[in-house]
Design a protein around this ligand. Sequence first.
Ligand SMILES: Cc1ncc(COP(=O)(O)O)c(C=O)c1O
Length: 362
Amino acid sequence: MFFKIPEYIQSIEPYKPGKPIDELAREYGIQHAIKLASNENPLGPSPKAVQAIGFALSNLHRYPDGRGHDLTVKLSSRLGFPPDHFVLGNGSDDLIGMLTRALLQPGDEALIPTPSFLMYEIDVRSVGAIPVRVPLRPSLEICADDLLERVSSRTRMIFICNPNNPTGTVISRNIFKMFLKNLQPGIVVVVDEAYMEFVRDPDCASSMEFIHGDRPVVSLRTFSKAYGLAGLRIGYGVMAPELAGILHRIRQPFNTSLLAQAGAVAALEDEAFLNKTVQTVHEGLDYLYTELKRLGVRYFPTQANFFLIDAGRNADNVFEDMLKKGVIVRSMISYGYPEYIRVNTGVPAENKRLIETLEQVL
Ligand SMILES: Cc1ncc(COP(=O)(O)O)c(C=O)c1O
């Protein structure tokens, strides 16, 4: 069959998600596997969200409110921005796609600290624009000066993942403030805060503080991590209303489902669940750090719910060895770290199993 695909689409490496538990059962016949590979919430979904979704089911014959009125109003009163500053997405992935489509033309450049979340590069390439990779510092941190140095007359947007996936490092408020000050006007800075709820570092920048500033800043948040709704697919962006208006023009008319909107409204109200999640993650991290120290395994402390471990040998092999023992982690080879794996925290029993399995495999 003949059809023509643009060169820039052909250059895209497909996104490789963490291995689903069901696939492990199908392929290896392994039961009772645990997945610590996709930074999901180990406690499950917010029970209030599940209940609200149950109530919403009887309206499934209706289209949802395209703008997600109730959720937008709730976010607006929570975060203190008027409703016209919000755009909802089918996960924050959807917003990354909308932003690249809205802001980039073929040949434009987007700066991407590397390694970072792989969808930035995929979405930039999808519209024929050029991803400009800016390597992280040896400390695994994003360097604001390096980003500023790579700005060219073709730069239209800059991604900053804060905390950064996969390194768990954050950019501090002072550095972010200086970065914006020194950045030429008109370049949109997209700050992906998918893991912000887990941050313990008081110096970490919060991009929402800069939405009203004179440089265009977009804050992206998701319900997939701390709120436990990854399977529901809902996230949002906060930005100047001029830019939000553009995204509303190009988004799918019903890009977030009826169930996703209902679930997210309820999840926002479920503060007890959010607090329990954050506490579970922090306790899990502290436990894992202690155990890894005991084993003499090098790791990189994080501000998120995942972190990097230096396995000291080929990460794909370590991934495979752990997989066979029913523990799904993520090899970091495709992120440019040939010997690192990334794990997220689980519930205490999962964390214990992770350590026992690592001890056997390493
Ligand atoms: C940094 C980062 N941004 C965005 C996403 C996508 O989140 P969502 O489920 O909201 O599309 C992820 C998911 O792993 C992520 O790690």
